[in-house]
Design a protein around this ligand. Sequence first.
Ligand code: UD1
Length: 417
Amino acid sequence: MDKIIIEGGTPLVGQVTISGAKNAVLPVLAATLLTQGENEILEVPRVRDVKTMVDLVQDLGAEVDQHNGSRIVLDTSGVHKTEARYDLVSTMRASCLVLGPLLARLGEARVSLPGGCAIGARPIDLHIKGLEALGAVIKLEEGYIHGTAKKLKGAHHYFDLVTVTGTMNVMMAATLAEGETVLENCAREPEVSFLAQVLNRSGAKIEGAGSDTITIQGVTSLRPIECSIFPDRIEAATYMIAGAITGGEVEVLNCLPDELEPIVLKLREAGVDVAVNERSVKVRSHSPLTPVNIRTHPYPGFPTDVQAQFMALMVLAQGQSVITETVFENRFMHVAELRRMGAEILIDGHTAIVRGIKRLSGAPVMATDLRASASLVLAGLAAKGQTLISRVYHIDRGYQEMEKKLSKLGASIRRVK
Ligand code: UD1
């Protein structure tokens, strides 16, 4: 298994270009199952989760052609299988995004039930409830969710909790349902609005995506998708924090600053200079960091996917900060590893109390999930001495060429087999 070795302590300086958003391309790949024909997706990030979703759609009968990595053409005319295999679904929870499209297009779906994961139980009961509201009959059999629906029918449905992929799954299914669907308490993430725009360009009739009420008028068929994926806001935030934590000067190119507002404002509150341009941000940090409190929330709140990285930064602030995780029940797996590097963090339920220290020290640590791994890389970049990170396959799930991008900024980082 690969490991990453970092010699910390070098301020990062230079420019880094952000890749397409992982969490935007995964639902679009699932949405191609709603269409019949040649779909074309550009600016696809080369990360492992995307490969998993491509393998899944291919296994369901799509023909896939990948060009230079970042352009994917998928012909979905031959999609006929209704079963998403356990070995594909078990490695990535977002695989459950094929449930809605398969039910809508083929009237049946058998998708392996995702297990728990490092950041919590993460059930998919809300996806199921939404699809049942559209008339699907869903049973749990032998570890699989088995759904059938002769014809989905529009409905008025309220999500008990804000769920990103749950909103997407039910929205996708409703595009081919009969009549009108109104979804309340929807996720407002940019990835949801993007998916709606992409589907509308293919003939769907979706209004209100980006707000908490989405209305969908069902249509009988959708044309193939053509789209270009927008830049990854979580990757952008990670490199902004990399500049700040090393006391460097990093310009993050190809990002959408409006979507990064909570990060920009919280970094400024911590005493970091952040200059915002139309499609880039520049982060400069020379003075000691001020502690700030954060509380994660669904969009437009502070993203849970940046909590671990921001905590690494707060470990080096001058004083105490309080970080509260409200989205997932167990998303402090990075804390034990950061402590191995000298961090002083107390956990009390959903809250982490971070007492700033002057310097982290390099140590062998273990990546436990995607964003936790990113926080260990950030801590390693700032630490004195060598940090050895194992289980880096978690990083490869969502960051394209992370070592390459960081090396270009002057980091001493390498991968060993
Ligand atoms: C998506 C993102 C993930 C991000 C998360 C929250 C993708 C592929 N992944 O994950 O990176 O961290 O949003 O911004 O886009 N829940 C239930 N029942 C359900 C569904 C969710 O109880 O049926 C709970 C979850 O356990 C969690 C909360 O709702 O506590 C929010 O989860 P959700 O928004 O669904 O996360 P994902 O869509 O899986």
